[in-house]
Design a protein around this ligand. Sequence first.
Ligand SMILES: NC(=O)c1ccc[n+]([C@@H]2O[C@H](COP(=O)([O-])OP(=O)(O)OC[C@H]3O[C@@H](n4cnc5c(N)ncnc54)[C@H](O)[C@@H]3O)[C@@H](O)[C@H]2O)c1
Length: 254
Amino acid sequence: MNVNHQIVAITGGASGLGAGAARVLSQAGAQVVILDRNESLAQETAKILGTTAIACDVANETSVLSAFEKILAELGPVRVLLNAAGVDVIAKTASRKGIHSLDDFQHMLNVNLTGTFSCARLAAKQMIDAEPLDDDGERGVIINVASIAGYESPAGQVAYGASKAGVIGMTLPMARDLAKYGIRVMTIAPGAFETPLTKTVPEELWNEIIKEVPFPKRLGQPDEFGALVRDICCNKMLNGEVIRLDGSLRMFNQ
Ligand SMILES: NC(=O)c1ccc[n+]([C@@H]2O[C@H](COP(=O)([O-])OP(=O)(O)OC[C@H]3O[C@@H](n4cnc5c(N)ncnc54)[C@H](O)[C@@H]3O)[C@@H](O)[C@H]2O)c1
């Protein structure tokens, strides 16, 4: 799909990878709508990019319903959804100090997995009800964000890893569900990127992780993530697959 003039909703678009994609897709002519629970940052990012923002908590169904209704009423149907909203918590299953909080585990699943699904189904419905964009009958593209932690999480990321493995597992069945309507579903599994989320990780740990990256030996940049989002939109043969974007990093025995 050529994203020029198309409506692109980006959850978590106020910051980090979502903001990187918002920048790249805006430059490609898309009409980007940032959906983020951090309303002030979302407005700030939207202002810089000359686009719009709607306050939305992906873990809250009412909030998600109202955000997608607003997009449809004010702009038209979403043609691309990037599900980049996500949170992380570091905690082990159990240790001598205690057990993993069940609330933290469920919160992780609510935002990273259920939130992704919740937005995907509403965007898909808008795409299904819209006219095809070309002779192949393409109506839209849904791009989810997992993580290489969905395959090989380090210790302390049991909840995060479970939530991202769920996103990976949703990719093929969702693509199969929506194929007859000309809607593609892809997932990106990033490795280590430089964003506000990862700034909380101690520098020594980053240096250890970067040593493990075969090439390039550095953190990825949000614009490199945004470029893959744009390329997935453009290339119609990409469907039902998870792409690792990680410089070949494999997190074994961390
Ligand atoms: N940065 C990395 O190295 C990396 C690696 C693998 C996967 N990821 C994934 O990429 C995605 C983006 O991460 P990032 O590094 O850009 O983080 P970030 O913290 O910079 O951005 C995440 C954005 O999501 C928003 N958000 C959080 N919870 C939300 C909710 N309930 N509803 C709506 N918005 C919400 C935040 O306000 C923030 O703007 C996440 O899903 C993360 O798990 C990041």
